[in-house]
Design a protein around this ligand. Structure first.
Ligand code: SDX
Length: 440
């Protein structure tokens, strides 16, 4: 039984198969779609439901993030994303996502200090980086080192101890930025730069990435604010692929560092968090507005695997509210840096204009998503495309740890174990001649 006890208007769904009718309870959401509880369907009707990609399946009950894809709404614990982007900061949003409401001034000051004091890494972790090739993708280092943290912070592995769970979430969020910065420094052959406790989370990340032994990076308030807003916008997004990966890994009782490493792995894919790198590379491949039509036709051609990266979304069938905010930040950052007419931004805006008028994109409700503009901003700040998904991962440690905590504390939580539609061989006798088509 879900924890949200509000009763829906229609209390039950009726499923009739042959002469049998099964009654399935319906539970009400506080916002958005209600759900049909099918958990007893197999025991009653000896049937599974079938929903590849979980397009119509709620995997859990959650109070953290609400998305209305048709209206382009995104809220963290009920607060609208645009309001948070304008008025809050990333560490306040981390606290909001994990604890459920905005902290007061005192609580926020204390929480920021706790996070800041966890940004340092155990000195021996540096050895992990030496094991990577210099040209390793920074996400490979994020996956590897995040998982390795479980061997250094063994006093926060007991998932049944609320204090250890809480400490683990702080370590994961805080240390993700240091690991991300170290992955960047390692990939460009520069020595690591330690965090500074007098800097904010976002200022610290820029400092650890762009200062070096010869020169301190001069932190621009505009770029630090842009960085912080990017962290806020990517912090959580309901039950997306990487968050579902973290929940599934956590449902077996795996330690928090291992679960977050699993989330980093899933986010790396170009259909998910890797799309920001892919979108910028696509824009560079298109090169100029005169080639837009050719690439839009490629994206529409079923025989061509090409997709317009940064477009489309499983849930948003309207403009992704995060893309709207990022588009404004894009113009502000480029203006601040003195790039009057960045050809890539101009190309992106032309591509958006043409795509949004194209019948195919209109019919399939394919709008720019969070990854369409983020890459242009990060490139303008000075990051190479390989770092874009690392930055997404740093931000999403907030949502992953909040969702993981909610799952562990859910009284009805059990190990996730989906079933299948089996379409393989029936019973075979060993040694029977195999059919010709079995070429090895
Ligand atoms: C993120 O889930 C989240 O919340 C994720 C995220 C988060 O914050 O965690 O929001 C972050 O991952 C954003 C999405 C970033 N990915 C991309 O930009 C990659 C390009 N987009 C596509 O791969 C696609 O749109 C997905 C993966 C994002 C969504 O895919 P769906 O929901 O499975 O939709 P689909 O692939 O079934 O597409 C429906 C139709 C298909 O055509 P038909 O088979 O119906 O003819 O639309 C087409 C697709 O071919 N389509 C595209 C397209 N995206 C979908 N055609 C061209 N270009 C595209 N970008």
């Amino acid at each position: 039984m879900p924890r949200n006890k509000s009763t829906p208007k229609i209390k039950k769904a009726k499923l009739t198969i042959n002469e049998n009718t099964y009654e399935l309870p319906i539970y009400n959401s506080t916002e958005g779609e209600s759900v049909i509880d099918i958990s007893k369907l197999h025991s009653q009707a000896k049937l599974f439901t079938y929903d590849p990609g979980f397009t119509s399946t709620a995997s859990c009950e959650s109070k953290i993030t609400f998305i209305d894809g048709d209206k382009g709404i995104l809220r963290y614990r009920g607060y609208d994303i645009e309001e948070l982007a304008n008025k809050s900061d990333f560490i306040e949003v981390v606290n909001l996502l994990i604890y459920g409401d905005l902290p007061n001034k005192e609580q926020l000051k204390k929480y920021k200090k706790l996070i800041t004091r966890h940004t340092l890494l155990h000195e021996q972790i540096i050895n992990f980086f030496q094991g990577f090739r210099r040209d390793a993708h920074p996400m490979a280092m994020m996956v590897g080192v995040m998982g390795a943290l479980s061997s250094f912070y063994q006093d926060t592995l007991d998932i049944n101890d609320p204090h250890q769970r809480q400490e683990a979430t702080r370590r994961i969020v805080a240390k993700s930025s240091t690991i991300g910065a170290m992955a960047y420094k390692y990939s460009i052959g520069q020595s690591f730069v330690s965090p500074k406790n007098n800097l904010s989370f976002s200022e610290n990340f820029l400092h650890m990435c762009f200062s070096n032994t010869a020169e301190e990076y001069k932190i621009s308030p505009i770029l630090a604010k842009a960085m912080d807003t990017i962290f806020i916008l990517h912090a959580d997004h309901e039950q997306n692929a990487s968050t579902s990966t973290v929940r599934l890994a956590g449902s077996s009782g795996a330690n928090p560092f291992a679960c977050i490493a699993a989330g980093v792995s899933s986010l790396w894919g170009p259909a998910h968090g890797g799309a920001n790198q892919a979108a910028l590379e696509m824009l560079e491949q298109i090169g100029s507005s005169k080639n837009i039509k050719k690439y839009i036709n490629k994206a529409k051609n079923k025989k061509d695997k090409f997709k317009l990266m940064g477009f489309g979304h499983r849930v948003y069938k309207n403009y992704d509210p995060r893309a709207k905010i990022l588009k404004k930040i894009c113009q502000k950052v480029l203006k601040h840096i003195g790039i009057k007419n960045d050809p890539i931004l101009k190309l992106a805006m032309d591509l958006e204009k043409i795509a949004l008028k194209d019948k195919y994109f209109v019919e399939k409700k394919l709008y720019p998503n969070v990854d369409f503009y983020s890459g242009i901003i990060l490139r303008a700040i000075g990051f190479p495309p390989e770092m874009f998904t690392v930055i997404f991962a740093i931000s999403r440690t907030a949502g992953w740890t909040a969702q993981w905590t909610e799952m562990i504390e859910d009284p009805i939580q059990k190990i996730g174990r989906p079933r299948q539609l089996y379409s393989g061989n029936k019973l075979q006798k060993y040694g029977v001649k195999r059919s010709k088509k079995n070429t090895r």
